[in-house]
Design a protein around this ligand. Structure first.
Ligand code: FAD
Length: 341
């Protein structure tokens, strides 16, 4: 069999990192990324990019832990290299605070982030409305720079990157041996997945360079995440809301909530509002499927549905998707050598 041709549909953090893992694990493959939108116009560009996992109720915790650990280890190495600034990856320390002590004081990811510990009484004095908190250091991706860095790495390894809207995965069967579906919320239309739904998120990106620590309310709704150039203030979680228009009332509400956690934000300047649709489902869809029409088969690997935690687990899920692509290629090679006998 000649160099297997693989198409990856989608150019958010999941598609680009999956394409990179495929090239790394199968250097003989010819990989093409097809997408109707690229950075800065994807959901991944809107995200804060903090490595604090979201929990997928339908995925075993040890699997989520593994995905997070692989992602953290990968980005930690980048943060500790000369690439860190261009890739937009940096360490950030801060606090997650709770109005009431949570049932689970040790989240499943507590031994992956660095220096996880309960907050001291002195630290909690900064948050008079909260009675419990956790301090730790994690990583943050500045999303547009990270996506551009991934694109640059792909181009350097010879991956083709093409603007194309795919209406049906089957339309790719005559050009590619394996198709990888990383279409995010677009997968709802692309493969008719009714388990996939949008969770709208509105955030503010502000200039407040004196804010150096992250602060996250334990309910996950209000957060302040400092990046290299801008601080992300959030947020909202609106299930089944498809609107990409910023809502001015919500902007004011987010700003007020963040100022009540960090009053110095009243002096923030150059407030920009962004909206994204988290591609949500009970579990990430990460599996092989073989499409078949009139005796012709097209192996597909799905990798979408990362909801509120795509950045936190992207490298782990990309590695698993690349492994599944390897299985598809081995199966194709097996059937083509049997056909020759
Ligand atoms: P996307 O970025 O949406 O990419 C999908 C790609 O597929 C796009 O390029 C699109 O153009 C393409 N596409 C879709 N359909 C087609 C088609 N038919 N043909 C061709 N191309 C197609 N996660 C974290 O881990 N940490 C955070 O701090 C964080 N903060 C967030 C804050 C907000 C406000 C939001 C909205 C999300 C946040 N997330 C966070 C979640 C994270 O953004 C997502 O999980 C992640 O971006 C999903 O990546 P993706 O590549 O699957 O999707």
């Amino acid at each position: 069999m000649a160099a297997p041709k693989v198409a990856v549909v989608g150019a958010g953090v999941v598609g680009l990192s999956t394409a990179l893992c495929i090239v790394e694990t199968c250097p003989s493959c010819s990989v093409t990324v097809l997408s109707d939108q690229f950075s800065p116009n994807t959901t991944s560009d809107v995200a804060a990019g903090m490595l604090i996992p979201h929990t997928y109720p339908g995925t075993p915790i040890h699997v989520q832990q593994q995905w997070f650990k692989e992602t953290f280890t990968y980005l930690f190495a980048i943060s500790n290299s000369a690439e860190a600034s261009e890739a937009g990856i940096h360490l950030v320390s801060g606090w997650q605070v709770f109005k009431n002590t949570p049932k689970e004081e040790l989240p499943f990811w507590s031994d992956v982030v660095l220096g996880f510990r309960p907050m001291s009484k002195a630290e909690l004095q900064k948050f008079p409305q909260h009675q419990f908190g956790q301090a730790f250091t994690t990583l943050k991706c500045d999303c547009p720079p990270y996506l551009l860095w991934l694109e640059k790495r792909l181009k350097a390894t010879g991956v083709q990157i093409c603007t194309r809207k795919v209406a049906d995965l089957w339309e790719l069967h005559s050009e590619y041996n394996v198709v990888v579906n990383c279409a995010g919320i677009g997968a709802q239309q692309l493969v008719g997945d009714e388990e996939l739904f949008p969770v709208r998120g509105q955030v503010l990106k502000v200039h407040a360079p004196w804010v150096k620590n992250f602060i996250r309310d334990g309910d996950g709704l209000t957060y302040i995440y400092p990046g290299i150039h801008r601080v992300t203030l959030g947020g909202t979680r609106e299930k089944e809301n498809w609107s990409l228009s910023p809502d001015p009332g919500t902007t004011k509400d987010i700003f007020d909530r963040c100022c009540s956690l960090e009053p110095s934000l009243r002096g923030a300047q150059d407030i920009k509002v962004k909206v994204g649709l988290r591609p949500s489902r009970q579990s990430v869809r990460l599996e092989r499927e073989v499409l078949s029409q009139g005796g012709v088969k097209l192996p597909v690997v799905h990798n979408y549905g990362h909801g509120a935690g795509g950045f936190s687990v992207h490298r782990g899920t990309a590695k698993e998707a690349a492994r599944l692509v390897g299985e598809c290629i081995a199966a194709l090679q097996g059937s083509s050598s049997r056909a020759k006998l």
